[in-house]
Write a protein that binds this ligand. Structure first.
Ligand code: NAD
Length: 288
């Protein structure tokens, strides 16, 4: 019998559904005489990829009626000046979410920026207080890409309870938090990283495989368990084209569900940023 090809996740369609729910919420707030949520994005330096990410995030905000404010700082700015800007945004009652686009130029520590951000406005979920809340199962702001991944799995009714989940990558922004969220969904989670031995043998056991290594097409078709749900987070520029961490053409013939290298996880990440901004707004203004 011929094997069916994997379901290819339409991240844009999922994202649009959630974004129209958010737009309705903004309309309701307006009717109730309340201001819309406001996201403030900070770009340090002139990295073109970062500038384009920031633009996409701002566009997503304005399309659903959120306020969006941008601050641009030169690459040679001192760390203490970035921290002073963040302190001002922390104090501004009209700012609900603060996002400093990563990566940062040399000399500016991402940890210092995360720690300076008010945890209640930390829509990237990187403040140690939010990371600690996630680990201890308390409510807090959670990084956007991991939230988007769980939403994709839920909306496709992937059974996470008792499933064997394998995460490739252990960063604070993707690998670790997505593993914790999968654990909260009662999956049996294995974290893999650059020093994992015989990675393919581990990934072949996965009912749910999340690839977040930043290594182009490293996950081959024969690394995947037939029928598995494969979430490809990687964004790797190869000859001017963005490719994922998964060899999509080979993997789609083995997996049961797969995210494409473009239009899969990315649109959901931005959408979860909008959700986090609304959450921050609602908990700060008690308007939920
Ligand atoms: P990172 O560099 O901080 O972490 C990569 C992790 O992968 C590390 O823990 C490392 O140990 C592991 N790793 C690297 N090479 C490996 C290998 N060959 N085998 C096994 N493990 C390996 O990266 P990150 O910030 O977590 O991002 C990962 C990827 O996801 C990048 O390509 C990034 O651009 C992409 N990303 C995409 C989105 C999105 O919305 N689509 C969001 C965030 C990150």
């Amino acid at each position: 019998m011929e094997r069916q090809q994997a379901i290819v996740v339409d991240g844009k369609a999922l994202a649009n559904d959630i974004r129209s729910e958010l737009a309705n919420r903004v309309t309701e707030l307006g009717r109730a005489g309340q201001r819309p949520p406001c996201l403030c994005v900070v770009l340090v330096g002139d990295d073109p990829a970062s500038a384009s990410y920031i633009k996409g995030k701002q566009r997503a905000c304005t399309r659903i009626g959120f306020e969006s404010v941008e601050h641009r700082l030169p690459a040679n700015v001192r760390e203490r000046d970035v921290l002073a800007l963040i302190e001002g945004l922390n104090r501004d009652p009209e700012v609900d979410g603060i996002l400093v686009q990563l990566p940062l130029p040399a000399g500016i520590r991402a940890e210092a920026i995360a720690e300076a951000t008010d945890p209640a406005k930390d829509v990237d979920g990187l403040h140690p207080i939010n990371a600690g809340r996630l680990l201890s199962g308390q409510p807090g702001l959670v990084p956007c890409t991991p939230l988007g991944i769980i939403e994709i799995l839920k909306r496709h009714e992937i059974d996470m309870q008792g499933a064997r989940a394998v995460v490739i990558g252990r960063s604070a922004i993707v690998g670790k938090p997505v593993g914790i969220l999968l654990l909260q969904q009662h999956a049996t989670v294995t974290f893999c990283h650059s020093r994992t031995r015989d990675l393919a043998a581990v990934t072949r056991e996965a009912d749910i495989l999340v690839a977040a290594a930043g290594s182009a097409r490293m996950v081959k078709g024969d690394w995947i368990k037939p029928g598995a749900a494969v979430i490809d987070v990687g964004v790797n520029p190869i000859d001017g084209v963005l490719v994922g961490d998964v060899d999509f053409d080979a993997a789609k013939d083995v997996a049961g569900l797969i995210t494409p290298p473009r239009g899969g996880v990315g649109p959901m990440t931005i959408t979860m940023l909008l959700c986090n901004t609304l959450r921050a707004y609602e908990s700060r203004t008690n308007s939920s």
